[in-house]
Design a protein around this ligand. Structure first.
Ligand code: PLP
Length: 417
């Protein structure tokens, strides 16, 4: 089947069997069919290559198909891919120990699941069980997933309204507003759940001291601090964990996305010994998952941690992220269409002057062979989250494409105004 026929067939299958609205949306945006990928590059049905500056929304920190992760998973497939859930699983044990070795101080235990939302569900349940309280504080514009519990703390009405009533007792406060955050936490609060840098909300970096103030208020009131590091974790922000920017240790921390090395899906909820005792002390089966901690995912996770360490990806994220941010800020300085570039490490957002422009700029970049997207809760912000292995040359390709796309969009707007 040639490329065009393949695309037509897949779009038709999406229309008939997956989601007709999504088929229209993706078709309109000009997306093709992903056929294969390697490193920072994705190939479509026509053999055209695209520089992946979105990185699967943070999944591909190691790039696509990192050879060491692929090899670890292949070896494990031939040995034992999934757990029979009765014997001890050595890979789960190993990954849990490895995570405890790199996590913020005090996070000793890990519960494994299969996605970010599941990791958040587990954290919320654990906070409630550990405190026997119900109030939860989270942020406006925050994104924690779309299962019922995680959706309750995700701060965007558009995705919540059809499912109401959601979890009772959730209070949303403006992100980065220390006073409002601290004031919302009291002796009835089970937990605060917050992203160290707000991702889908539009790549917002909180003011220095924000996480520390929340930590302190949680300590005063007996509430637990959950840091959702699903997107910020494992080097994305130029530190191993986003919390390290403020030297804060949470009571619970969630991970997913790049923990599987871009090869296997995995979620993880880490917690302190005190929390684990209160949650699992009486009933070690209080929260479980059939596939959570499976050998394939854990083999990928162990290999991913090895690669992050061996290739110095945390430091690289900080350095290369600085180059990208400077370049994007340069475009912002030269164009009225771009108001600001901001972020940490390789978690960068570019704010545009108008809501509708995000879609046009991303389409123009796609035309030029670079994949980016706007943030889910804020269409005015285009995010750049390329693999941490991205080279300086590839950064230049992305910057050139962005500048051209902005200029083209500006002339399109001028033509129609
Ligand atoms: C901070 C954060 N938490 C949770 C999630 C949900 O993860 P998943 O889509 O794997 O359920 C996401 C996904 O983007 C996220 O960015």
């Amino acid at each position: 089947m040639d490329g065009e026929a393949l695309r037509a067939r897949v779009v038709d299958q999406y229309s008939q069997f997956v989601n007709p609205g999504l088929a229209r949306l993706m078709g309109f945006a000009g997306f093709g069919v992903e056929v294969e990928a390697q490193g920072c590059w994705v190939t479509d049905q026509d053999g055209r290559r695209y520089l992946d500056c979105l990185g699967g929304f943070g999944v591909f920190s190691l790039g696509h198909r990192h050879p060491q992760v692929v090899e670890a998973v292949k070896v494990q497939i031939d040995r034992m891919p999934l757990s029979c859930k009765t014997f001890f699983n050595p890979l789960q044990a190993e990954l849990a120990e490895r995570l405890a070795g790199v996590a913020p101080e005090g996070l000793q235990f890990t519960f494994f699941s299969n996605s970010g939302a599941e990791a958040v569900e587990a954290a919320l349940k654990m906070a409630k069980a550990a405190t026997r309280r119900t109030k939860i504080v989270s942020a406006v514009g925050g994104y924690h997933g779309k299962t019922l519990g995680s959706l309750s703390v995700t701060g965007r009405e558009k995705y919540q309204l059809p499912f109401e009533p959601l979890l009772p007792g959730v209070v949303h406060v403006p992100y980065g507003d220390t006073e409002a955050g601290v004031a919302a936490v009291d002796e009835t609060t089970a937990c605060v759940i917050i992203e160290p840098v707000q991702g889908e909300g539009g790549i917002h970096v909180p003011p220095d001291g924000y996480l520390r103030a929340l930590r302190q208020r949680c300590d005063q009131t007996g509430a637990l601090l959950i840091l959702d590091e699903v997107q910020t974790g494992l080097g994305r922000t130029g530190r191993m964990f986003g919390s390290e920017w403020e030297g804060v240790s949470p009571d619970l921390m969630t991970l997913a996305k790049c923990l599987g090395g871009g090869v296997a899906p995995i979620g993880a909820t880490m917690g302190s010994a005190a929390v684990w005792e209160r949650v699992f002390g009486e009933n070690p089966l209080l929260h479980t998952s059939t596939f959570g901690g499976n050998q394939l995912a854990c083999a990928a996770g162990i290999a991913a941690l090895d690669v992050i360490e061996r290739e110095g990806l945390v430091k690289r994220s900080l350095e290369v992220g600085g180059l990208l941010l400077d370049g994007l800020q340069g475009v912002a300085d030269r164009s009225d269409l771009v108001t600001e570039a901001r972020g940490r490490g390789l978690m960068i957002g570019v704010e545009l002057a108008l809501d509708e422009v995000g879609e046009l700029v991303t389409a123009q970049m796609l035309k030029r062979g670079v994949i980016v997207a706007y943030t889910l809760n804020n269409p005015r912000v285009i995010r750049f989250e390329p693999p941490l292995i991205i080279s300086e040359t590839e950064i230049d390709v992305a910057l050139e494409s962005f500048e051209e796309a902005v200029a083209e969009t500006a002339s399109l707007l001028a033509a129609y105004s």
